[in-house]
Design a protein around this ligand. Structure first.
Ligand SMILES: [Zn+2]
Length: 82
């Protein structure tokens, strides 16, 4: 392996420990719930999910789970974790 690549791998390891460097702007995932898979989307600071609970409450176990997984990597305004 060339010296330049070794340096990049070392930097990647350090970056991976510094989650606050990363901000997710948008993504969508397939979330395998206990009963059905759901499509959960994050776009411009807004969550959407195709489950019925999200439809009535605007938040659900899927969006809350993703907020926990991505802690520190989403804009502050969307975090419901206190
Ligand atoms: Zn959901």
């Amino acid at each position: 392996m060339d010296y330049g690549m070794i340096g990049k791998i070392e930097k990647a390891k350090r970056y991976a420990e510094e989650r606050e460097r990363i901000r997710f702007m948008s993504f969508n995932v397939t979330f395998d719930g206990d009963n059905n898979p759901h499509t959960t989307t994050y776009e411009n600071g807004e969550w959407t999910c195709d489950c019925s609970f999200f439809g009535s409450r605007g938040v659900c176990s899927h969006t809350m789970a993703l907020e926990r997984i991505l802690a520190g990597m989403l804009p502050e305004s969307v975090s419901t974790d206190s």
